[in-house]
Design a protein around this ligand. Structure first.
Ligand code: WT7
Length: 648
């Protein structure tokens, strides 16, 4: 049996779950024993409190995660393909990299970092497209104990500046430009713009990928390939010994305040739980090809394109492009070409591909697929059924995996073919995960809501919390521990609060309904309403704005912005202004945060204390003008009529 901790039946799941709750320390210590350590975990398995918060797993142990991702496979599986890279352009060759080659390439890049003075604990910013070197750069950092912070290639120069300032990184790794569909994003140019605002970045390592012309700043910018040449004669890079709780990476994510926060994950706990989740949720078998479609700039790519599959010795597929280039059959071409067995993607991609009808499925051989996965937002029933019937040919199990950047890995999900699936339910918690539902008054909601769908929603909706630490729980928000406490551990005493609303049925299945805070989920991308408002308000022709989400057929949620323009704007050209505002958002955050609808208004509904009544704006954006609810406390009711008349 390849993975001693793989669960094979519903009974085994219940047994594992029971053990994980009765004695979490013993449970995780046993699983940890199947990894490679420099110093094995001892009996001090877990110290924790959710007050500060402080969580330490396997505190006295030492390891390097890349030894688990790469070195430990060399002896038996050195020639196994670690990852397949499929380029944006289908006419270009794909690339296969074995574990042995991965070892060499990561070792070389790790030596490049050392040669450029990067030391254990230093922060390294990575701003790249989905190229093989991105995965290599990430692992190279981990190998020498540098803390990587990957910035999604769709973010703007201003977003990069915020992240570099927050991490106080000393070096960046980027590439000339990235291909995505028929677009080319000038990553190096965007990075140059960001670096104009920063004086402490000493080096920028630049990968030549598209060959597009770029400016190299002498003394600061160096070519990836030149740097590799310099270390070719160096001995292989040995792994740095890390303490279990040393940070592995920082990944920025949006919250309900304007500034994204740097979620910190640490070495040992993240490794153990992410690998455990991968092997169990996807029921991975050693000969299978696993295709995770997420960009490595998000947590899904970190965990399920890089760390967990490689720790499990799997073969992963990494794709540079988009699902609709050169046409909406691209995913299916990739599945057929590489005989993909497990496809892990997002509901927004499923809905988008579904909207093209069956044309792009014709003649595609999807028979290699045995398991499908969904992540990022609730998967609606239509999308689930299409995925099941058309892609899974009714033969594949579908896992609906609920988790977050902060949780590091899947938390609530069925285990493919092992525990029951239920469309639109993430179903049961993984072993080690102890969810509770809380009501508004901070009381635990016991039991289930089997009758829920006949009840008014408000009466049964609980807020999803977790009452016990799991190994890959967020440790802190970088350089601002208090923010971590306030955001996740202060809403409910002694609980981690997820920010999500949730139902539970009589079998204990969980159905996540979405965020209950001011965070939007647009095409599976997490965007804070306050971030978008700040971007809009940065324009001096704007007095104030309010941003809310509304249901969107493909994106899940769309962004609706209500904007008050400055009164000195006479005869405004609204089209031009809209354009200007969209540009503002693109410059400040990135194109992913552009509002889908903009409505100019003369006022926003406010409470007597001056707070914007988002609840009302949300109803208007959702088109539910007749269910606006109580408007008693509104200070300026006259604006409501106007807003409803001008609704988009
Ligand atoms: C938020 C986390 C976890 C990787 C991708 C997103 C929503 C995520 C599901 C799901 C319903 C889901 C939640 C969560 N979400 N997966 N299977 N069902 N909702 O990570 O950017 O940190 O966003 O995504 O609202 O809080 P993220």
């Amino acid at each position: 049996m390849p993975y001693p901790y793989q669960i094979h039946s519903l009974e085994q799941y219940h047994e594992a779950y029971r053990k994980s709750v009765e004695n979490p320390q013993a449970f995780w210590l046993d699983i940890a024993s199947h990894f490679q350590w420099k110093k094995a975990p001892d009996s001090e398995v877990l110290q924790w409190n959710f007050k500060e918060p402080k969580v330490e797993w396997f505190k006295n142990a030492q390891l390097n995660i890349t030894e688990n991702c790469i070195d430990r496979h060399l002896e038996k599986n050195g020639d196994k393909v670690a990852f397949i890279w499929e380029p944006n352009n289908p006419n270009e060759e794909s690339i296969q990299i074995t574990y042995r080659e991965l070892h060499q390439r990561v070792s070389l890049m790790a030596n490049v970092l050392k040669n450029n003075d990067v030391k254990k604990g230093d922060r390294v910013i990575i701003y790249m497209g989905m190229v093989p070197e991105l995965l290599i750069a990430v692992l190279a950092c981990a190998r020498i104990g540098a803390i990587h912070s990957v910035i999604f290639g769709g973010f703007s120069a201003k977003s990069i500046v915020d992240r570099i300032n927050d991490t106080q990184a000393s070096i960046v790794i980027t590439q000339d430009a990235a291909y995505r569909g028929n677009k080319e994003t000038p990553l190096k140019k965007i990075m140059d713009e960001a670096l104009m605002a920063i004086d402490f970045i000493k080096k920028s390592i630049v990968l030549k990928h598209t060959g597009s012309p770029i400016n190299m700043q002498i003394g600061r910018d160096v070519w990836w390939h030149d740097e590799i040449e310099k270390v070719k004669s160096f001995p292989a890079c040995e792994v740095e010994t890390m303490n279990a709780e040393d940070p592995l990476f920082i990944l920025y994510t949006s919250g309900s305040t304007g500034k994204p926060k740097g979620v910190v994950h640490t070495c040992a706990g993240y490794m153990v739980f992410s690998t455990y989740s991968f092997v169990n949720v996807f029921q991975y078998q050693p000969n299978e090809i696993f295709f995770c479609t997420a960009d490595i700039g998000w947590i899904t790519g970190h965990t399920y394109t890089i760390y967990a599959p490689l720790c499990a010795g799997a073969t992963v597929l990494m794709f540079e492009g988009t699902p609709t280039y050169p046409n909406a059959g691209r995913f299916w071409d990739i599945v057929e070409k590489h005989r993909v067995n497990i496809l892990y993607t997002a509901p927004t991609a499923i809905r988008s591909l579904m909207s093209y009808g069956d044309e792009f499925l014709k003649g595609k051989d999807l028979s290699s697929l045995t398991k499908l996965g969904s992540v990022g937002e609730p998967i609606n029933e239509d999308a689930w059924i299409w995925f099941h019937e058309k892609i899974g040919r009714k033969k594949c199990s579908i896992v609906d995996t609920w988790w977050q950047t902060e949780t590091g890995a899947c938390m609530i999900s069925n285990l493919a073919g092992v525990t029951p699936e239920k469309p639109s339910y993430a179903t049961l918690p993984l072993p080690g995960i102890q969810p509770v539902l809380m009501d508004e008054d901070g009381k635990i909601i016991e039991g289930s809501d089997a009758a829920s769908f006949t009840l008014p929603k408000e009466t049964i909706k609980g807020n999803l919390c977790i009452q016990f630490p799991w190994p890959s729980i967020i440790r802190t928000t970088y350089r601002d521990h208090e923010r971590c406490r306030l955001t996740y551990f202060s809403t409910y005493k002694d609980l981690y609060f997820t920010g999500d609303g949730c139902f539970r049925d009589t079998e204990g299945n969980y159905r996540i309904t979405g965020r209950v805070d001011d965070v939007l989920n647009v095409s599976g991308h997490r965007i804070g309403t306050a971030e978008v408002e700040n971007a809009i308000d940065s324009s001096d022709i704007v007095i104030e704005s309010a941003v809310v989400g509304y249901p969107h057929d493909i994106k899940g949620q769309g962004i609706y912005a209500f904007i008050i323009l400055a009164s000195h704007i006479q005869n405004p050209d609204l089209n031009a202004i809209e354009h200007h505002i969209l540009n503002r958002v693109t410059e400040n955050i990135g194109a992913i945060a552009k509002p889908d609808k903009i409505q100019f208004v003369s006022g926003l509904p406010k409470t007597r204390s001056g707070k914007i009544m988002r609840r009302i704006l949300r109803k208007i954006a959702e088109g539910e003008v007749h269910q606006i609810g109580d408007t008693h406390s509104i200070l300026n009711p006259e604006v409501l009529d106007e807003i409803m008349k001008g609704m988009k």
